[in-house]
Design a protein around this ligand. Structure first.
Ligand code: NCD
Length: 310
């Protein structure tokens, strides 16, 4: 599971459908299955994370799997070990899959070519964040009943956002119409090549007008100063405020992948308002990741005695 770009619409639908029973499962008082008992999932995050790391770890544990976690800050990476040596060391302890986040685009692909176990991309550089796009799609589909034909507005730093890229790949496969809005220096130069239904709009009021879904991205504060975009200017031009949200459809959904910076990309009244799906996204992330681990790790090892073969 390296990215959304290479998946078909049918494959995406399959995983969204497979997440449904796990959504129900999370309503139960006892949240532990034995499905992946005896399996081990390596969780290798070379970049910081709160929700994605905890979500994958919890998904594995609720399926009954053990996890082995790499703490990048406290690992031999700090001593100069290469990525592939670190990952091969983890692999030598025989995990059944590896979940990986890395600041370099393409790092999980590089690893997947060299290991025999499934690799799940938990975010690579500015490239893709496939499980985030799947959980966003599940949230939208649950609330709207479909993805087809929806008007989805994505606000912020589109250029550097792996969340935006994976969402654009996914939603355009379903014929959603995407409107991108943010500071010109954070816009991909080639918006037209992203798909026939992807457009760029300069003013946020126009971008939000008539939207079914408004997704605000996290602003990477370290980028706010380059070249000369002070926070005040971002807030004035692109913050999702209640006034701006009123231009969207009255039943429009508000999404944010987290971590949210309140008062910067999103006003607290919107983040906590009745249209916000932020916490629902987190809960759905668990269901999507359980479904993926179930399919990629489930089943007996290839060399184990198989009842059907006997
Ligand atoms: C995102 C990420 O790290 O790509 N967070 C997440 O996984 N939910 C978004 C971000 O950090 O901007």
């Amino acid at each position: 599971m390296l990215g959304i770009e290479t998946l078909s619409r049918e494959q995406i639908e399959f995983f969204l459908d497979q997440a449904k029973p796990f959504q129900e499962f999370h309503k139960h008082p006892l949240k532990k299955l034995a499905t992946l008992r005896g399996k081990t999932v390596a969780i290798a995050f070379f970049e910081s994370s709160t929700r994605t790391r905890i979500s994958f770890t919890t998904a594995a544990s609720r399926l009954g799997a053990d996890t082995m976690a790499l703490q990048a800050e406290a690992s031999s990476l700090k001593k100069g070990e290469s990525l592939i040596d670190t990952v091969r060391t983890l692999d030598a302890m025989k995990p059944d899959a590896i979940v990986m986040r890395h600041s370099s685009s393409g790092a999980p692909h590089f690893v997947a070519e060299r290991l025999d176990i499934p690799v799940l991309n938990a975010g690579d550089g500015t490239h893709e964040h496939p499980t985030q796009a799947l959980l966003d799609a599940l949230t939208i589909r649950d609330r709207k009943g479909k993805l087809e034909g929806l008007n989805v507005t994505i606000l912020g730093d589109i250029l550097h956002s792996r969340v935006a890229r994976s969402n654009i790949h996914l939603l355009t496969k379903f014929g959603a119409r995407i409107t991108l809005c943010g500071p010109p220096m954070w816009m991909p130069p080639d918006v037209a090549t992203l798909g026939p239904c992807v457009r760029r709009v300069l003013r946020i009021e126009e971008a939000v007008d008539g939207a079914d879904v408004v997704m605000a991205l996290r602003v990477q504060t370290e980028r706010l100063h380059e070249p000369a975009l002070p926070p005040d200017e971002y807030i004035a031009g692109y913050q999702l405020t209640p006034e701006r949200l009123r231009r969207a459809r009255p039943d429009a959904l508000v999404l944010h992948p987290g971590p949210m910076i309140r008062g910067l990309e999103i006003d607290s009244a919107v983040a906590d308002g009745p249209q916000s799906c932020v916490l629902e996204q987190v809960t759905n992330g668990l269901a999507v990741r359980m479904a993926l681990l179930y399919h990629l790790v489930g089943g007996p090892p290839a060399d184990a005695p198989h009842p059907a073969k006997d």
